[in-house]
Design a protein around this ligand. Structure first.
Ligand SMILES: O=C(O)CCC(=O)C(=O)O
Length: 284
């Protein structure tokens, strides 16, 4: 039997973090139960801004291509390239304070997409978001996901469902059972943050209203991102983003082994004039 405290310990250390007892509590809630809900984080004006940035891409025409995407669900990918104003959701300080405590320094944005669930949608398959690393479970989370509610999330409109504590399950766990699931009902402007190892799914929608969510997902700096952010967000767009978001989409160097260099140099040279002026070492 492995030492469970070691198995599940977040891999965020070593690093100096500003004291933040609220984020400490929220991160430890995620370690314990797999998820935490932060209520009413966005103001009505911020929600309206996010909705209007997404409106041109949500015309009710391009539904999902398979059961996972949802045949009654619109998905919009590469959001930072669509409207940089949406970066607010990627770098929200209350969200990143939690992720800082759970992942290693220089973690990356793995996915950032809108999910607009229409009436008639069926439940998604149970899954967890950091499965791409293919490491046997139980293990520490190598991703952290957030789903922002830009509409009220209710059981009838397809609120996200989670299985509490399933992030602790090993390979031999029995198949997930809907009776164990909890619907994350939350008001517009709230966000659920959960371990990359937590079983979850989009719920069925039968209530007659649509439900707009945006998910921002983060992964360890050494894990391949779900969406190839360096290609999804062209350098001309990346140049206008904040330094924190630039770092999250890959304009950073992670130790060990200088992961992320370009032509042997820091990738920020491609988009940041200050970096570009720095002296190159002789042999380059
Ligand atoms: O829309 C949701 O509530 C969950 C969607 C999800 O988990 C996914 O598409 O990976």
């Amino acid at each position: 039997m492995p030492d469970l405290d070691t198995v599940y310990a977040p891999m965020a250390q070593p690093r100096e973090l500003a004291p933040d007892p609220e984020a400490d509590r929220q991160a430890s809630t995620i370690c314990r139960q797999g998820f935490v809900v932060l209520r009413d984080l966005l103001s009505p004006a911020e929600v309206a801004g996010m909705r209007s940035a997404l409106a041109p891409y949500l015309q009710g025409k391009l539904m999902g291509r398979n059961d996972f995407e949802g045949f009654h669900t619109e998905r919009v990918y590469a959001l930072l390239a669509k409207d940089p104003a949406l970066a607010l959701l990627v770098e929200h300080s209350r969200l990143l304070a939690i992720v800082d405590r759970l992942l290693a320094p220089h973690y990356l944005l793995s996915a950032f997409l809108a999910i607009h669930v229409h009436p008639g949608e069926t439940p998604q398959g149970w899954h967890f978001d950091d499965g791409g690393c293919r490491m046997p479970r139980p293990r520490p989370m190598h991703g952290v996901s957030a789903i922002w509610a830009l509409d009220e999330f209710s059981a009838e409109t397809g609120a996200t469902q989670v299985i509490p504590r399933s992030h602790l399950w090993g390979e031999d766990a029995p198949a997930p059972n809907s009776a164990q699931a909890v619907s994350i009902c939350m008001s517009t402007g709230s966000v659920v943050v959960f371990a990359g190892t937590l079983l979850h799914r989009g719920g069925a929608s039968w209530g007659g209203a649509t439900r707009l969510g945006v998910t921002s997902q983060y992964c360890q700096p050494w894990l391949r991102q779900l969406e190839n952010m360096a290609l999804a967000v062209p350098p001309d767009v990346a140049r206008g983003l904040s330094p924190r978001v630039q770092e999250l989409i890959g304009y950073s160097i992670a130790e060990p082994s200088f992961m992320g260099y370009v032509n042997g140099l820091h990738p920020k040279r491609l988009i940041d004039p200050e970096y570009a002026q720095k002296k190159r070492t002789k042999h380059r």
